[in-house]
Write a protein that binds this ligand. Sequence first.
Ligand code: XLS
Ligand code: CA
Ligand code: CA
Length: 440
Amino acid sequence: MSEFFADVPQIKYEGKSSTNPFAFKYYNPEEIIGGKSMREQLKFAMSWWHTLGADGTDMFGSGTVDKSFGTDGDLMKLAKAKVAAGFEFMQKLGIDYFCFHDADLAPGGRTLAETYENEEIIKETILVEMKKTGIKNLWGTSNCFTHPRYMHGAGTAPNADVFAYAAGQIKKAIDLTVAFGGTGYVFWGGREGYETLLNTDMEMELDNMARLHRMAVEYARVIGFRGDFYIEPKPKEPTKHQYDFDAASTIAYLCKYHLDSDFRLNIEANHATLAGHTFQHELRYARTNGFFGSIDANQGDMLLGWDTDQFPSNVYETAMCMYEVLKEGGFTNGGLNFDAKTRRGSFELKDIAYAYIVGMDTFALGLRIADRLIQDGRIDQFVQHRYASYQRGIGAEIVSGQATLKTLAEYALQMGEVHTNQSGRQEELEGIINNIMFSL
Ligand code: XLS
Ligand code: CA
Ligand code: CA
């Protein structure tokens, strides 16, 4: 069988002093960090779309990367070649999971029935490779945003026929996810938003989106899906405003529509920054509200206002991300999906391997630092101490629910002015992080 990534050897861990670009410097899959092997802690996944599909096309130019994988324009042949190329790539990199959109796997047909047929054929090809390699599916999703029929949205479309078509597509994408034994199913509402409120019935659109999510849960549970559903927040792009703006607005939506027991969040780093938050903020918000699920691992460019989906190389960001993951007790059904693509100028197939190596190493370093941060304990102790006044006296009465506005007013009247505030010590804490980060 032909090799698609012929320049890429089997990638192994060689340690931080290695200068081999085709080696991991920090990701040592079987090493135990924080009570589990690094491969279990990190649960890396390959994104089918970016890795096997994205060819460098942007708003101003056509593709720069040849991803025909030796095929001649026949879309089904290409879809099969992508399966072979994808599994070769995951094996070479030691990636245990993949994530997919229905449309990444197989070409759309002239009818929905024909699309289903194409998907069935590729499903069988993938199942063979999964069995051979032991590689698993992290999550599946449906692309309800690229085709022109979704110009006004899918679940939030003003046209009921579009809603029905999306339902037909999602049903099949759930079937595929279940067939692959996937542990998650994602909804990213790329066009579930609006361009102008002048033509939009927001209430109707949100009610309908919830109807679609409810139908998906009901169907999936009946056919045996026991994994998590995820909503992946993103504030804008392609629409001006997306309803799943950030973790906070998405959680409010899930609670309002009673979807909170089936859904968690898939937090993407680049979407967090587009919403004006840090990656860590979104993870913390999801986690402390009980909605932490999975992660789309990438990074944006702070000087650009769009979703650049770059491979993560910022160790500070991944350290704070893995700190939140460890605090959560690690992933259950979720993992780290590299929703990331090489830059348009990095047009060789081996650039994708370099990109994954740096992404995986950046997360491996992040995990090592986060574990040290927790072992070190200085940050956690500081935070605990900062709120110590709630463990005794009037603070304990507030927390236990014993205090009322009236009793607190009486307390305040007797107390006089507050003289016990303590420094927030931000700079000292930032120094501790640097000290731990660079002592590795
Ligand atoms: C786009 C999203 C998308 C989702 C899956 O910005 O990141 O790729 O992850 O539909
Ligand atoms: Ca994503
Ligand atoms: Ca993205």
